[in-house]
Design a protein around this ligand. Structure first.
Ligand SMILES: Cc1cc2nc3c(=O)[nH]c(=O)nc-3n(C[C@H](O)[C@H](O)[C@H](O)COP(=O)(O)O)c2cc1C
Length: 213
């Protein structure tokens, strides 16, 4: 049994990466983590080239990931919130799972999933989006976990004065950026505990599958 963890954050080592890895850390079976950062993944073209054999015809970085996705028994998929929804890279990645569902395709269906959401202020929307993608692909979502990540405004250099940035938006004007203010997963025990609980639950469910087959 193998669990595939995927982070759609464009930042390596990001909060999304970390939270996906926290779930993987307690599954007690084989795991693989893949970051989509730096990968070129085009959106679905609705060309229907995948209808006959459930294989996408677009050639990009998803082409070689296909077999890894198909051979996994469960998925932990995480994405950051960009403009109140999951970011474009994660959306392109998941749009292309269209290739798996034609004519009741069984490449990913009936497998298990965990949705991971991260946001500067609102981490829930990407987890909800991922749950919907799971549903379309007939993947059973056993739960979701969300955490706060550091908005880029903490490090862009203009965060304290920019009136349209996250610092003003979330904390108000005249806020000073201090190390304590910067969101850090290590300072959020509840999502870490929930990630560990979900990972353990995923492992138990997979062992049940293995024994039944
Ligand atoms: C283009 C862009 C749009 C964003 N929009 C939102 C938003 O609407 N709501 C929110 O809570 N955070 C928003 N954020 C903040 C990110 O969700 C936050 O930085 C998060 O930590 C990113 O995840 P990562 O650390 O795993 O990369 C946005 C960030 C970017 C770059």
């Amino acid at each position: 049994m193998k669990v595939l963890g995927i982070s759609g954050s464009p930042r390596q080592g990001s909060t999304t990466d970390q939270l996906v890895k926290e779930v993987l850390s307690t599954v007690d079976c084989s795991t693989e983590f893949i970051s989509l950062a730096g990968k070129t993944i085009h959106p679905c073209r609705a060309c229907l080239g995948c209808v006959k054999d459930n294989t996408c015809v677009i050639k990009d970085d998803l082409t070689q990931l296909r077999q890894t996705i198909v051979s996994a028994d469960a998925y932990v998929i995480g994405a950051p919130n960009f403009f109140s929804m999951l970011n474009g890279l994660s959306h392109c990645f998941l749009e292309r799972w269209y290739q798996f569902r034609h004519r009741e395709g069984s490449a990913v269906s009936a497998k298990l999933g965990v949705a991971v959401g991260v946001g500067g202020g609102m981490p829930e929307p990407p987890a909800e989006n991922i749950k919907k993608f799971f549903e379309y692909n007939r993947i059973e979502c056993i739960g979701s976990v969300c955490a706060q990540g550091p908005a880029c405004c903490f490090t862009c250099g203009y965060g304290e004065t920019c009136k349209v940035g996250a610092i003003h938006m979330f904390y108000g004007p005249d806020t000073k950026i201090t190390p304590e203010l910067i969101p850090d997963l290590a300072k959020q025990p509840d999502p870490i505990a929930e990630a560990h609980r979900l990972g353990a639950e995923l492992g138990r469910r997979l062992k049940g599958f293995a024994q039944a087959t």
